[in-house]
Design a protein around this ligand. Structure first.
Ligand SMILES: *Cc1c(COP(=O)(O)O)cnc(C)c1O
Length: 368
């Protein structure tokens, strides 16, 4: 028998979460963001469940090619545009929309030979200072693009740095409004956090929203809000089983470094899951976990292939062979949000989803 660990991808949850994005931005087109192998869920699995999106957004060209091979004829947006001039050939051949965020990308377009002009998304750096033209350079870039025979429609886009937090989006929205004032073209501004928190404003919804993390059932503003608050469902479950148990006496320790010491007699289970599977080694004693759907905690350090869980407060039936939910959906509908595990590890759900390793078999809960 193989090691009992597996990642389960819940296609019904993906479809539900996408529908949430749609209902929050009903007059916008929803681009499902499937970069990074659909945030670790697998492009093909995500694609099947998210086909009711108006388009897909990603950044690796091979992922764009895969979505075309899967049969998608609708929009695909390259969020970072081209990385070198010859990427434009693939854009022409696969009819990809692409971001244009710097002068070099316009230079490449100007030299590109194509019969089909491209739809581009001109990116404004409205304050995040990652990619995009500054407000003062934006109009000149638009004018340059607009003069190119290689360019068809020009849409306008920006990205928020603080849609999930206290600073908010007002300063970036103001920068976007003034930089784009009077320019034609469709607008694309919002990531998941903006869809969830700021899309009552029609200008924030714009013509397209880019729904990433919310599609996967993760709350971008956890712990202020959780997935129950936003009515999202976990799209990935990481689960395994207890492959051994130990009875501890007071003073006994658990795992490398003996970081956990029992104060009273207690029972622990050893789970076939470790950091080589993508479970974070940073998770301290006390990280939440479900055993047969019941909440308990990890104890001691996470090692490469195993971690330990506290069984002392659980029924005696919890033990060898019990199902352990590291995050996601438990055996009877219980939920352990990935956000809780991420918080314990000092990171965000995004990182955990993307970090599941190759040795973890992936299975799919199909659409009904
Ligand atoms: C990744 C990404 C998104 C999606 O962000 P989420 O927080 O996952 O919704 C949107 N826009 C751009 C430009 C991105 O790179």
């Amino acid at each position: 028998m193989p090691r009992p660990i597996e990642a389960l991808i819940h296609q019904p949850a993906l479809a539900h979460n996408l529908a949430r994005a749609r209902s929050l931005a009903p007059d916008a087109q929803v681009l499902a963001v499937v970069k990074a192998n659909a945030y670790g869920h697998g492009i093909a699995h995500a694609y099947e469940a998210l086909r009711s999106a108006d388009g897909f957004a990603l950044l690796d060209l091979d992922e764009a090619q895969l979505i075309r091979e899967l049969g998608w004829r609708g929009p695909i947006l390259l969020l970072e545009g081209c990385f070198e001039a010859r990427d434009l050939e693939l854009c022409s051949r696969l009819r990809l929309w692409h971001a244009v965020h710097c002068e070099q990308q316009i230079d490449w377009l100007a030299m590109h030979k194509t019969h089909e002009p491209h739809r581009v998304f001109l990116k404004l750096n409205s304050g995040m200072n990652r990619l995009g033209f500054t407000p003062s350079a934006f109009r000149a870039a638009w004018t340059r693009l607009n003069a190119l025979p290689q360019v068809d429609e020009i849409s306008l886009m920006t990205h928020f740095s603080d849609a999930d937090g206290a600073r908010g989006i007002a300063h970036q929205l103001a920068a976007f409004r003034s930089a784009t004032d009077g320019l034609p073209g469709e607008r694309a501004l919002s990531n998941s956090a903006a869809v969830l928190r700021h899309c009552s404003d029609a200008d924030v919804r714009g013509d397209f929203v880019r729904a990433g993390i919310m599609s996967y059932g993760c709350a971008p503003d956890f712990p202020e809000h959780d997935i129950h608050h936003w009515n999202l469902k976990p799209a990935m479950t990481l689960r395994s089983r207890i492959i051994g148990t130990q009875q501890l006496q007071p003073g006994d320790t658990v795992g490398y470094g003996s970081t956990f010491r029992a104060e009273a007699p207690m029972r622990i289970g050893v789970v076939a899951c470790g950091y080589a599977d993508g479970y974070p080694r940073h998770c301290p004693t006390g990280t939440p976990v479900l055993v047969d759907g019941q909440r308990t905690r990890t104890v001691g350090r996470v090692s490469m292939d195993m971690l330990a869980v506290d069984l002392s407060e659980l029924p005696a039936s919890c033990g060898f062979g019990s199902e352990v939910t590291l995050w996601g959906q438990g055996p009877r509908g219980q939920v352990l949000p990935i956000d809780e595990v991420a918080l314990a590890a000092g990171t965000i759900g995004y990182e955990l989803m993307c970090a599941i390793t190759r040795r973890v078999p992936v299975h799919v809960e199909p659409l009904a």
